[in-house]
Design a protein around this ligand. Structure first.
Ligand code: 5AD
Ligand code: SF4
Length: 447
């Protein structure tokens, strides 16, 4: 096995170039050239490697912001880092395996002593160095494994769950003081300040968290167990964050949430202004009014909650991108029921036809899960037929893997791997052929 450290660096080079630029800005803001509130004279350098969804990308920025404020620096590359934080995803087993393998690879290169305590893996392309960087496991895997993460890998020094990232600086400070493993997990929700830590990696586009967690409990999904129950940020804080981003030059934002349609904000501020609550559609209208913002979109919507009213509002708001990510997961009613998705195949097809009718030029994308327990050839054919009927602009197709604590983990994972692979391949090839056909139409129309 070749070490993928070089690739990790390439993946992160864009992020870290921006990180360094932002760090300079941060220092320059202070006329004395000293980072305010810095608790130490030496500033350890942190490298953050992100896995998974856009929410994790945003969380990595939030971690960077917390650490910069506490006097840490962002490392330009993984080799120069004193601390390497792996911000991770638990949604599929494969995603977790990848993280453990990268931690192992990094550790063998840079923490030969700790790595030596574990069994030997394949060769690494980098020479071991006589330094011992701190390794942190952050995000969903931290919440999934908790203290078992230390047993799983002796290379891991700190473990911090997604709702505990606000304590990252304290956790690292404690580790540097005591040199024993540190962990912060189990918080039900973050404090509001941790949603906006004043750091963004991209100058033009930013992700803004509007709600977090999920109460849907789809039977295959680990998200409600690692991210927690649904909660929405106050609308005025979201708007304040977007206004601040626009002042920094950001032109486009993506509103993030596991289930954005469930956004509901109640607050004393609202009561004082004569309103009981703000829902997702109200929020879209408010975002559309932010002066200087050119475009915005949102992920992820749920087919049981998306409505015709939402589609009409999307059409009418000039700054709202005509883009909808609406995961279908399966085209079989029997499987949708087992998945606890809360809609039928017919509902989904009617809904997307309405969306396409109401929003001209809509870019519609989806997620599909193949090989759910008990999925027969006929169930798969239903999914395939649905994809042919809907003609998505893009589809993300995943092979089911059982996740701990979920309801589906109690069912036999009885679709053999080669069958999952074949079904996955069939759908991918269909999507590819669809794109070829569509680009052909575009050429013909253009002639
Ligand atoms: N196995 C495979 N894919 C999964 N997803 C969620 N849970 C699992 C699982 N256990 C997929 C779903 C979801 C996307 C983010 O990940 O399709 O929409
Ligand atoms: Fe997971 Fe379902 Fe919630 Fe999406 S809606 S995060 S798939 S439980």
């Amino acid at each position: 096995m070749m070490c993928s450290l070089r690739k990790m660096e390439e993946d992160n080079s864009k992020h870290n170039k921006n990180s360094v630029r932002s760090l300079r800005e941060h220092v320059d803001e202070n006329p004395c050239g000293i980072v305010l509130n810095a608790p130490r004279t030496r500033q350890p350098k942190v490298f953050i490697k992100t896995f998974g969804c856009q929410m994790n990308t945003r969380d990595s920025e939030l971690v960077a912001g917390v650490l910069l404020k506490a006097g840490y620096q962002l490392a330009e590359n993984i080799e120069s880092a004193d601390i390497v934080l792996f911000n991770t995803c638990s949604v599929r087993q494969h995603a977790e395996d990848k993280v453990w393998s990268e931690i192992g690879c990094y550790g063998r290169c840079f923490k030969p002593q700790a790595a030596g305590r574990r069994k030997k893996h394949g060769a690494c392309s980098l020479e071991p160095v006589a330094r011992s960087p701190v390794i942190g496991l952050l995000g969903c895997m931290a919440e999934n494994y908790k203290k078992a993460a230390f047993a799983k890998s002796a290379l891991v020094d700190v473990v911090v769950g997604p709702n505990d990232i606000g304590s990252i600086a304290d956790v690292l400070d404690e580790f540097f003081k005591r040199h024993i493993p540190q962990m912060a997990v189990g918080r039900k929700q973050r404090i509001d300040a941790v949603y906006d830590t004043d750091y963004v990696a991209d100058k033009n586009h930013a992700n803004v968290i509007i709600m977090e967690g999920c109460d849907n409990f789809c039977s295959y999904c680990i998200v409600p167990y690692v991210r927690g129950r649904e909660r929405s940020r106050p609308a005025h804080e979201i708007i304040r964050e977007i206004e601040g981003l626009v002042r920094k030059g950001v032109k486009e934002v993506t509103l993030l949430g596991q289930n954005v349609n469930s956004y509901t904000a109640h607050s004393s501020w609202l009561m004082a202004h004569g309103r009981k609550k703000i829902d997702f559609i109200d929020l879209l209208k408010m975002v559309n009014e932010v002066e200087g913002l050119e475009k915005f979109d949102f992920v992820t919507s749920h087919p049981k909650d998306a409505s015709e009213e939402l589609f009409r509002v999307m059409r009418e708001l000039p700054r709202c991108k005509k883009f909808l990510h609406l995961p279908v997961q399966s085209g079989s009613d029997r499987i949708l029921k087992l998945m606890n998705r809360g809609y039928t195949r017919e509902h989904y097809i009617k809904l997307v036809k309405k969306a396409k009718e109401i929003i001209p030029g809509l870019r519609l994308t989806t997620d599909v899960l193949v090989g759910f327990p008990g999925e027969t050839e006929a169930d798969f054919q239903d999914t395939f037929d649905l994809m042919k009927e809907v003609e998505f602009s893009a589809a993300y197709i995943f092979k089911y893997s059982p996740r701990p604590r979920t309801k589906a983990a109690g069912l036999a994972d009885d679709v053999p791997q080669p069958v999952k692979k074949e079904r996955n391949q069939k759908l991918l090839e269909f999507q590819k052929s669809l794109h070829k056909k569509k680009s052909m139409y575009i050429c013909q129309d253009g002639r």
